[in-house]
Design a protein around this ligand. Structure first.
Ligand code: SF4
Ligand code: SF3
Length: 550
């Protein structure tokens, strides 16, 4: 068998469902994969040392937590393909680690002797350390599975934490947990029970992080409200903004106001339209295109500049006409694309993007019409009487949570068919880019309640947990699992992992995940998840309709 050039199994599209070993299906090269492995090893080292210092009562400062968060985010699927940007993060991490080691010596704090702590950080050893610290360093597949489940959950948590922190919401307990979890998975002696416990605790902190981001977003921009979003185009040049970071779209909207340039959202930025303090901008004209994986065609016809605030980037083909008009910011990056940095006050200057937009044609229309969204928890509560009445009268038989991710696999057509074939007395609760599989189907409404309720981005799955807990209270149910709610979650990358772990930590059982089970869950770990949580995958639309709706 050919030797592995790399090993990555973190997303749903991993080669053969087991792992990418030559090049990523996502386009990630073996070198990039090694530098990500190296960066993760530096992060584990820093997390372990910071955890020991914290236990000893020694303060480490905000820079350490921010570094851990940002570095984890950089390694999320489709976030950053730029080797130099990753290596710069490694350099910074080595420096932070040395400062923490000095702090430990000064305060007489003894540290664990794990490889991640001992590694000296010599540049000449980067390649060897990256190779040593690959995912396959853990030989036992069950221990590896639990460690990866933890770190992949931490990546999703880090992404959400970073968005919240950019809106000045931080939480020291979440950072402390991240450090503890990184220390736990660095420990070569950690056993199954210890690792299982840390996986479950990751879910608990996942809920806290989603709550933190919900607070950050709603305090900054108001509660999402029922909104119709135009999917057509205007006649002026436009800038397309993708990813999840609302602070970025806010700054872009402020800087484009009065310039004659329109702003369009793409993929996971669609929910920006639902927030009162963002939708007030008249030049936020619509949402262009679909989920991330269609970008290669859609960016061609958009004609103007594109700004990536986070994942999901698809590497362009050499012939792509748009490749000189793409910008990245935050944890995202791609070689050759200009990266916009924030100044020390968090401000970003988008003037280069705006000037470029002025030289571009208006977007070519690829669709016409509107889609409806904005059903986060506050908007659903505003309709609570109507919803409760519809459930009591039997007008609504079931809610199906279909949150999560979209992706390019043909098998995801399942979600379009499942949505289309759901009986007319069911309502889909969605969030994340999974919605693009069915949000243009015109599934109608039940007594004025749309049959697809979109809460927002993937992190807004939190809204469905809040709504479920509220319904439990209203209906006086003993158990959240007694409610007429089913979970049919589509996953792709690591934000969906933290959403899943968060739902499990809330006691939600019998969640179906698809289109396939994760490659990083070993058969024994899967058995634990099935036995304890009834976790399952999807089968056929007909079978699953019978199981979930009856
Ligand atoms: Fe493969 Fe997914 Fe990893 Fe990319 S992120 S290398 S597709 S497993
Ligand atoms: Fe989508 Fe990447 Fe996951 Fe935020 S943008 S849900 S896949």
């Amino acid at each position: 068998m050919a030797e592995n050039k790399m090993f990555c199994f973190q997303c749903q599209e991993t080669a053969k469902g087991t792992g990418c070993t030559i090049q990523g299906v996502c386009g990630k090269k073996a070198d990039t994969s090694r530098w990500q492995d190296l960066l993760l090893s530096v992060v584990r080292g820093i997390g372990t040392i910071a955890d020991s210092l914290r236990q000893a009562g020694v303060k480490t400062g905000q820079e350490v937590g921010d570094y851990i968060v940002d570095s984890l985010f950089v390694t999320i699927t489709n976030a950053n393909f730029d080797d130099q940007a990753i290596l710069n993060k490694v350099d910074k991490g080595v420096q932070i680690k040395r400062e923490l080691l000095d702090l430990a010596v000064k305060n007489n704090v003894s540290l664990p002797d794990y490889q991640e702590v001992k590694w000296g950080g010599e540049k000449s050893d980067y390649e060897a350390e990256g190779n040593r610290e690959s995912i396959l360093r853990n030989e036992n597949e069950d221990l590896r599975s639990l460690k990866e489940l933890t770190v992949l959950g931490l990546k999703g948590m880090a992404a959400y934490y970073e968005h919240a922190s950019r809106l000045d919401q931080r939480n020291e307990e979440i950072v402390a947990f991240m450090e503890k979890a990184l220390a736990t998975i660095s420990n070569p002696a950690a056993d199954m029970d210890t690792l299982l416990a840390i996986v479950l605790e990751t879910g608990k902190f996942g809920v806290d992080t989603m709550a933190l981001l919900d607070k950050a977003n709603t305090q900054a921009y108001g509660n999402p409200e029922l909104t119709k979003v135009n999917i057509g185009t205007g006649s002026r040049p436009g800038i397309l903004i993708s990813g999840h970071d609302l602070k970025d779209i806010q700054m872009l909207l402020e800087q484009t106001e009065g310039t004659g340039i329109d702003v369009y959202t793409h993929s996971e930025m669609l929910p920006a339209h639902y927030y009162p303090k963002l939708k007030k901008y008249k030049h936020l004209v619509g949402n262009y295109g679909n989920a991330w994986w269609k970008q290669k065609e859609e960016f061609e016809t958009f004609n103007g500049p594109i700004v990536f605030t986070t994942n999901c980037i698809v590497p362009p083909t050499p012939k792509a006409s748009y490749k000189d008009r793409v910008f990245t910011t935050n944890a995202s990056g791609f070689p050759g694309w200009k990266h916009i940095e924030a100044d020390k006050n968090g401000h970003k200057d988008f003037s280069e993007v705006i000037e470029l937009a002025k030289t571009c044609k208006a977007p070519t229309a690829i669709e016409q019409g509107e889609i409806v969204g904005g059903f986060a928890h506050a908007q659903v509560f505003a309709l609570a009487d109507k919803v409760v009445e519809a459930v009591k009268s039997g007008a609504i038989r079931k809610f199906i949570v279909m949150s999560g991710c979209d992706g390019r696999m043909k098998s995801r057509d399942y979600y379009t068919e499942f949505a289309a074939q759901l009986p007319k007395d069911t309502v889909i609760l969605t969030s994340g880019c999974a919605k693009y599989k069915y949000n243009k189907l015109n599934l109608g409404d039940i007594n004025g309640i749309p049959r697809v309720l979109d809460a927002g981005q993937c992190n807004d799955s939190y809204s469905w947990a809040v709504v479920a807990l509220k319904l439990k209270e209203i209906f006086g149910a003993n158990d959240i699992n007694d409610l007429p709610i089913e979970f049919n979650i589509a996953w792709y990358e690591q934000k969906a992992v933290i959403v899943l772990l968060a739902l499990l930590s809330l006691g939600i059982k019998n969640i179906h995940i698809g289109p396939t089970l994760p490659g990083f869950v070993s058969p024994n770990v899967l058995k634990v998840l099935i036995d304890n949580f009834g976790l399952g995958t999807i089968t056929t639309v007909e079978e699953d309709l019978k199981t979930m709706v009856g």
